[in-house]
Design a binder for this molecule. Structure first.
Ligand SMILES: *[C@@H]1O[C@H](CO)[C@@H](O)[C@H](O)[C@H]1NC(C)=O
Ligand SMILES: *[C@@H]1O[C@H](CO)[C@@H](O)[C@H](O)[C@H]1NC(C)=O
Ligand SMILES: *[C@@H]1O[C@H](CO)[C@@H](O)[C@H](O)[C@H]1NC(C)=O
Ligand SMILES: *[C@@H]1O[C@H](CO)[C@@H](O)[C@H](O)[C@H]1NC(C)=O
Ligand SMILES: *[C@@H]1O[C@H](CO)[C@@H](O)[C@H](O)[C@H]1NC(C)=O
Ligand SMILES: *[C@@H]1O[C@H](CO)[C@@H](O)[C@H](O)[C@H]1NC(C)=O
Ligand SMILES: *[C@@H]1O[C@H](CO)[C@@H](O)[C@H](O)[C@H]1NC(C)=O
Ligand SMILES: *[C@@H]1O[C@H](CO)[C@@H](O)[C@H](O)[C@H]1NC(C)=O
Length: 518
């Protein structure tokens, strides 16, 4: 046991640091979404009465059913973390899954650095993080082959949350007496996990009493070109103008089959060795995916800003709204790749190995080892959620090349999971939306929060032109900020629009939880 002065010291140290939004992995992203995560909260804790608590990094294990439709298959170890510093008997259990990520490093989601802990602090609740099946170290089987991944579905993930709430004996005093008929359970989630929280609440209204859904991507969309609209609308105008010019040129040369021009373009970026132009087009998307790490607390050094500065600031002068035009944009973007971005994205890996997507024997497709979170998420995309980040239909401004279409991803599904797919599969997004309501979801006591600058906004209840009913049973709130910004307490301290939504969320939790009875 650490002395209590040390606990207090560690506590003070951690709380003074804002949530670090770091990249999940150092491996190439390949167009898959990068989600911000938080640093591991390695610290000791004490309750107000001085009782010391285990470190937030302490890992607990739950025996979860491998297949909820066939319990005979037995169980696997599902990891969870928890914190009961604010807990008093009768308080709620605040449960979150990080979704498509390794659960390591989500410690701040147990504390009042996030909405989870803010709700717990207000309501004298306990916080729990439950790792999603097939991500991190919570794996029903010891590999990620198609055979094993058969039990990676939205339905199984929902059943995991339900089974955990109904049967887990939580490792805290009185933790065996907090089943959903004994204590209120509140689900929290962000992004896919936010949608999952609302769907799980919808289907299990008596297990989960309320939910907080942040940037919840409730409408699954196969051809999700709209992802780039908020990015285009919120990036510097000169930068979007120049990116559009380069993309229009790329698509025009591709349509004209002008291989000389295409080769010269690739070479300018130091990507002359890439054999497929679609892989080049996909590589360029990465400069836009860096928008995913933007938060109200993001400083000017962010990679997304570095990119726009590289394109728009010439000899200390910044371009007018219309940008510098095609020729300079090609040279400046190419030079940015050559001098900065290639090393950031690929390290010393050869371009084809780093970016190429046409070799079914590459480790990108064949690495079935557990912990390969992209493979698990790819499985979910190919099967149930789509969310392929493509170029827009003709006639709309494009900052993402139209060479990237749904077929680009559906081919990869076959290469990734040849045992499952013999031909390019269409994800069952229509069935997913029918089952869970999509944009039409009507669910009681779920608070929806989304950022107006969130690039995933068009798949949420705050999508352009949607106007979903906003009621006291299903409130919909919007920040001026980004993807999941409302989850972080630090964001509320710098952005009043975030604070307003966080306070509304807390007020709803207070009202709803006051009405709970066993
Ligand atoms: C957050 O919780 C800590 C205890 O872990 C407490 O000392 C601090 O005052 C809380 N912060 C806020 C803003 O309530
Ligand atoms: C993968 O796990 C399955 C269980 O789902 C097992 O039957 C199979 O032998 C394993 N395959 C490999 C290649 O490890
Ligand atoms: C031009 O780009 C620079 C660098 O990203 C940015 O600071 C500036 O606001 C932009 N100006 C316009 C008019 O878009
Ligand atoms: C290919 O594109 C280049 C640069 O835009 C142009 O100069 C050239 O004439 C084009 N070639 C053909 C065959 O169209
Ligand atoms: C980028 O690197 C390639 C190959 O190393 C080179 O041919 C090209 O001229 C460079 N482009 C710029 C803009 O520096
Ligand atoms: C392109 O490939 C050749 C041969 O494999 C290699 O020598 C060269 O360094 C590569 N160029 C770049 C820019 O990666
Ligand atoms: C992939 O590997 C298999 C077995 O080693 C080989 O038969 C096949 O030709 C390879 N495919 C490609 C596209 O390299
Ligand atoms: C929903 O209603 C609340 C309460 O009237 C309001 O504060 C909030 O801004 C509304 N949300 C939207 C998206 O209009």
């Amino acid at each position: 046991m650490a002395p209590s002065w040390l606990s207090k010291f560690l506590l003070a140290t951690l709380l003074s640091t804002s949530i670090a939004e770091a990249a999940i992995s150092t491996s190439p992203w390949r167009g898959l979404p990068r989600l911000p995560r938080v640093d591991v909260a390695e610290r000791s804790l004490a309750r107000p009465d001085g009782t010391e608590l285990p470190s937030l990094a302490t890992v607990y294990q739950f025996d979860q059913l491998i297949d909820h439709t066939n319990p005979k298959l037995g169980t696997f170890k599902q990891r969870f973390w928890m914190n009961w510093e604010f807990y008093e008997k009768g308080g709620p259990i605040i449960l979150m899954t990080p979704g498509e990520a390794d659960g390591d490093g989500y410690g701040a989601y147990l504390t009042n650095q996030t909405m989870n802990g803010m709700i717990a602090q207000q309501q004298n609740g306990a916080t729990v993080i439950l790792e999603h099946r097939f991500f991190g170290s919570s794996n029903p089987y010891n590999n990620l082959t198609s055979q094993s991944l058969e039990v990676l579905t939205i339905e199984q993930a929902m059943a995991d949350l339900v089974n955990f709430a109904k049967t887990a004996d939580l490792p805290m005093p009185g933790g065996d007496q907090v089943k959903p008929n004994q204590a209120p359970w509140v689900l929290v989630g962000r992004s896919y996990a936010g949608a999952l929280a609302s769907w799980t609440k919808l289907k299990n209204p008596t297990v989960f009493y309320a939910a907080y859904a942040s940037s919840a991507v409730v409408e699954t969309i196969t051809n999700f070109y709209e992802l780039f609209n908020p990015i285009r609308d919120n990036m510097p105008k000169n930068c979007s103008a120049d990116v559009e010019a380069v993309i229009a040129y790329l698509d025009k040369m591709y349509a004209a089959n002008n291989n000389t021009a295409l080769q010269s373009l690739k070479t300018t970026f130091g990507l002359g060795n890439l054999s497929h132009i679609a892989d080049f087009a996909a590589a360029l998307q990465n400069n836009l995916f860096d928008y995913q790490l933007m938060q109200p607390t993001t400083g000017p050094g962010a990679m997304f800003y570095q990119f726009c500065d590289a394109l728009e600031v010439k000899d200390g002068v910044s371009a007018p709204t219309s940008g510098w035009g095609l020729q300079h944009a090609i040279q400046a973007w190419g030079n940015f790749w050559n001098t900065t971005y290639y090393a950031y994205y690929c390290g010393t890996t050869d371009a084809e190995d780093c970016i190429g997507s046409y070799d079914p024997n590459s480790s990108f497709y064949t690495d079935v080892s557990v912990g390969n979170v992209w493979r698990s998420w790819f499985w979910m995309m190919c099967n149930q959620v789509g969310f392929y980040q493509t170029g827009p239909p003709a006639g709309q401004p494009a900052i993402s090349s139209r060479i990237i279409n749904t077929a680009f991803f559906e081919r990869q599904c076959v290469d990734m999971f040849p045992q499952k797919f013999t031909k390019p599969p269409t994800p069952s997004t229509a069935a997913t939306n029918k089952e869970y309501g999509g944009w039409d979801i009507k669910v009681d006591k779920v608070f929806f929060a989304t950022g107006l600058r969130d690039h995933w906004r068009d798949s949420t209840l705050s999508a352009d032109g949607l106007h979903h009913a906003n009621t006291s049973s299903q409130p919909i709130y919007e920040t001026d900020a980004y993807h999941g910004s409302d989850m972080s307490t630090a964001n509320g301290l710098v952005d009043p629009s975030v604070l307003r939504v966080q306070q509304a969320g807390l007020a709803y939790m207070k009202t709803w939880l006051a009405e709970w009875h066993a």
